[in-house]
Design a protein around this ligand. Structure first.
Ligand SMILES: Cc1ncc(COP(=O)(O)O)c(C=O)c1O
Length: 498
């Protein structure tokens, strides 16, 4: 406990005690006063020593874990992370602003604070008037008339059989030939990721993710005590050389990827990389989890078949969500599974929520069978293509030339880069004051390191607001870049944008 006697908490400060404790522990780790794999004091002991509530210590430890500084072992305690050194020295830490850290932490948990007039480039969820409410009301009524009370009983854990059948027909349309036996209905893709993490990962197992990647996946994998290995994503897919090195060294349980319109970058895998990825999975005997959350929103002429459609070695676990192009509140998605993991996944799903709502499954089954689905997708494509066009033009017109970005071929987001050495966390805080929000890149890395990248989504913004918001964003960036140049003192490491 010797180093911990130096901790000083001040109850008269506005800063919450758990933030004060977090910052002081973080500093000890960064300064090397706490060594990799060293155990932090038990919660009760530290709370007694510091004369604070044990919840304060729990919250500080949680925050350290979320930022990758520590890891916990169930029943044993909390330990300093062993791969921190490299991560910490990639960038100088951003200047410490505890309340703002709290804000980024919330964002990491998928929440963002907005006011009624905020232009929200952060959310990638469709606006409610786009939901096919009338059509869904009709199928719901039909199910209620047809099935009565059966629609409200427990559904089988694997999912309503007729829905699994109609999903096989839907999959055929995307080049995937499967039977209802391999389909597992889930309550949203997030549950799918969580259920797969439960079924496939034990404490200390390794897995590979693209870097950057979807925050919700990082959180689910981390909750299993797994070691997350990041491999950079490039414009045509994951970096295969780095991937192969990691496969050799870590023997991961699986590789989690989004081959179409990757979240957050919007990048799509080339056919060559898709095939190479499948080959590597076979060679190193690992699974691929393909998260297909958006491939219907393709604005190009290129056909973007899912990886699962060319999965000749049966290595791909396919997750299909309907949230972004249908209605996220339905909490409905499905998995296509290789046979060897059917039982483990079914058991994990059962312990999660027994089954996905039977009423929703039955209504969605009718919705698919009646072909209303196709009509709705065409409608969403039309709306979003328009917003995409407005956003592309606004970026062209209002973004300073120093900003680098990629024009995606579909999806709902753009991935932009500030010049080297700038912080998108800083930019976020400046824009938020002007009622424009987006997601800073730090949220999409397992280490939450500050980053010059940021994601803009046009899912929840109307065309006229897109132009206004991008103009504000462009002006703010211009202003910040000017200040940044003024304040530069010839250093060549990370500097704050302001
Ligand atoms: C890549 C990705 N996967 C999964 C999800 C979760 O989707 P669902 O609403 O189906 O749980 C999201 C949500 O944003 C996502 O972006």
């Amino acid at each position: 406990m010797s180093v911990f006697v130096s901790i000083q908490l001040d109850k008269s400060k506005d800063e919450p005690l758990y933030i004060q404790l977090y910052l002081q522990l973080r500093q000890m780790i960064e300064q090397g006063r706490l060594k990799p794999d060293e155990k932090l004091p038990p919660i009760r002991k530290l709370s007694e020593q510091l004369k604070i509530n044990s919840v304060t210590v729990v919250n500080a430890y949680k925050l350290l874990e979320q930022h990758g500084y520590v890891y916990s072992r169930v029943g044993s305690g909390t330990y300093i992370s062993d791969n921190l050194h490299n991560q910490l020295h990639q960038l100088e830490p951003p200047e410490t602003e505890p309340f703002r850290e709290e804000e980024f932490r919330l964002m990491d948990q998928g929440q963002i604070h907005i006011r009624s007039n905020t232009i929200n480039f952060a959310s990638a969820t469709p606006t409610p008037e786009l939901f096919p409410v009338e059509d869904f009301k009709n199928v719901l009524n039909e199910v209620l008339d047809r099935d009565g009370g059966f629609a409200f009983g427990y559904q089988e854990s694997q999912g309503f059989f007729p829905l699994r059948e109609s999903i096989t027909a839907y999959l055929r349309y995307y080049g995937i030939e499967k039977t209802p036996e391999c389909i597992q209905i889930i309550s949203g893709a997030q549950q799918g990721i969580d259920v797969l993490a439960k079924a496939l990962l034990n404490f200390g197992d390794c897995l590979v993710v693209e870097s950057p990647t979807y925050t919700g996946a990082i959180a689910a994998f981390r909750s299993r005590g797994a070691k997350i290995i990041e491999v950079p994503i490039e414009k045509d897919g994951i970096n295969l050389e780095v991937l192969e090195k990691k496969l050799k060294k870590f023997h991961p349980k699986f590789i989690y990827v989004m081959p179409n319109f990757q979240n957050p970058t919007g990048y799509c895998y080339s056919l060559k990389k898709r095939k190479a990825l499948l080959q590597l999975a076979k060679q190193y005997d690992t699974l691929i989890i393909e998260d297909d959350y958006l491939s219907e929103l393709n604005f190009s002429r290129k056909k973007l078949a899912p990886l699962k459609a060319i999965d000749h070695y049966n290595k791909v676990v396919y997750i299909k969500s309907f949230s972004k192009i249908f209605m996220p509140g339905l909490r409905l998605a499905f998995l296509v599974l290789p046979e060897q993991i059917y039982n483990d996944v079914l058991a994990a799903k059962h312990t999660s929520d027994i089954s996905t709502s039977g009423l929703t499954q039955r209504a969605f089954d009718l919705y698919l069978r009646k072909g209303i689905w196709q009509k709705h997708i065409q409608y969403m494509q039309k709306i979003y293509k328009e917003r995409y066009k407005v956003m592309s033009e606004a970026l062209e017109n209002f973004m300073p030339k120093e900003i680098d970005y990629h024009l995606p071929e579909g999806g709902l987001t753009f991935w932009l880069a500030l010049p080297e050495g700038c912080s998108s966390n800083k930019l976020y805080l400046e824009c938020r004051e002007k009622d424009v929000v987006f997601v800073p890149g730090s949220v999409f890395y397992s280490t939450q390191k500050d980053s010059r990248y940021f994601r803009l989504s046009f899912a929840a913004v109307y065309p006229e607001e897109i132009k206004k918001g991008i103009r504000i964003l462009g002006n703010t960036i211009n202003h910040l870049l000017k200040n940044n140049t003024k304040n530069k003192k010839g250093t060549n490491y990370y500097t704050p944008l302001l």
